[in-house]
Design a binder for this molecule. Structure first.
Ligand code: TXA
Ligand code: MG
Length: 336
């Protein structure tokens, strides 16, 4: 299959190109598009065969349900059998934006989208290209991150092309995804609501609107509760090809040890003064601001991975809530 790559202006995408992408979706095809979190791989959520193609292209297990993207709050409600007051308040506050709400599904949502479950995950993305595509398609669009299953999420069209070129119909290239981490997923079918995946919308921001929510604990064992509720929260996920390990504090000793073992290493550090004379070490200095770090993380991991290093050593950010989503992704990337 030929994958058509189309450049569009991130703020004001050419309506003719958007209309073509929308026609591909309505005909049951697969279109990758930028969102403000990461690139998504879209299909008409109400077309079972189209959605099946997402699972095939990604190599995604059918037990892992998809997020359905819509153009606005009203369109979201159309897919929900029940719309809790918390969903209304959160939708009004954070949509369009990087919060996904899990609610009871209406019958018209095919079982393949929800992995056979009674709930559906809904999100209104904020990226102008995503919104334009959703409006033009005028169907709900199921879209997981546009990467092969278990690989790193893509934050550029080039990442998508590398992973899924030849397997999908079209990629809308709207430049880098600025948020850089997948959306926050919140289950509002329970009381109190439960955070299933931390993201750029923080627990405090959610609690400021609806009061206390349940958070996942950080130990890996805590993820054991996840598969039934949210299969995508299984331990190993979002991983680069190279083995990734997280280090608390200065990683220098560990780097030297890996060099002694003859490994080529990528080193993500906070220390601007770090340099390494050994050519087998690629040093990447990461921002100390959590939002900037999130925006860059996947792109930097894609880069060092492409250099063919065998190990990626990452200095863990602080154990505070602003770093929650980043620590979550790093922990998953290091699960083997
Ligand atoms: O930012 C994002 O959310 C991106 C962009 C493209 O919107 N999408 C994304 O999709 O990250 P994906 O498929 O990579 O992750 C979806 C997550 C998975 O952890 C999945 O298990 C969970 O949402 N999920 C989907 N439907 C669910 C449901 N009904 N109940 C619980 N979890 C659900
Ligand atoms: Mg994903």
């Amino acid at each position: 299959m030929h994958t058509e790559l189309c450049r569009v202006d991130p703020e004001q995408p050419d309506p003719r190109i958007v209309a073509r992408a929308a026609a591909v979706l309505r005909a049951g095809g697969l279109v990758a598009f930028p969102t403000e979190t990461v690139y998504g791989l879209g299909a008409d959520a109400l077309n079972e065969n189209a959605v099946r193609r997402i699972f095939e292209a990604k190599g995604r297990p059918p037990s892992n349900p998809l997020i359905v993207h819509v153009a606005g709050l009203e369109a979201a409600r159309q897919l929900a059998a029940d719309w809790p007051a918390s969903a209304q308040a959160l939708g009004e506050t954070f949509w369009p934006g990087s919060l996904t709400l899990v609610v009871p599904k209406k019958e018209l949502v095919p079982a393949i989208v929800t992995a056979g479950g009674p709930t559906v995950a809904l999100r209104v993305p904020a990226h102008p290209v995503a919104l334009a595509l959703l409006r033009a398609a005028s169907v709900p669009v199921a879209a997981p991150s546009a990467n092969r299953s278990t690989r790193l999420s893509p934050t550029t069209a080039a990442h998508v092309l590398r992973d899924l070129g030849g397997r999908i119909d079209m990629i809308l290239d709207g430049g880098p995804a600025t948020g850089g981490l997948e959306s926050t997923v919140l289950d509002v079918t329970t009381s109190p609501p439960r955070l299933l995946r931390p993201g750029l919308v923080t627990p405090q921001e959610i609690e400021a609107v609806i009061g206390p929510i349940l958070r996942p604990l950080e130990r890996p064992g805590a993820l054991a509760v996840a598969p039934a509720r949210s299969p995508g929260l299984m331990g190993k996920h979002y991983a680069p090809r190279a083995a990734l390990e997280c280090i608390t504090g200065d990683a220098r000793q560990r780097i030297d040890q890996l060099l002694c073992e003859g490994q080529r290493v990528g080193w993500l550090t906070f220390d601007r003064a770090v340099s390494h004379l050994d050519p087998r070490v690629t040093v990447v200095v990461m921002p100390s601001d959590a939002r900037e770090y999130a925006a860059q993380l996947y792109a930097r991991l894609h880069e060092v991975d492409a250099l063919g290093v065998q190990r990626i050593v990452v200095e863990l950010p602080p154990d505070t809530e602003e770093w929650l989503a980043i620590r979550d992704r790093l922990r998953r990337a290091s699960a083997r």
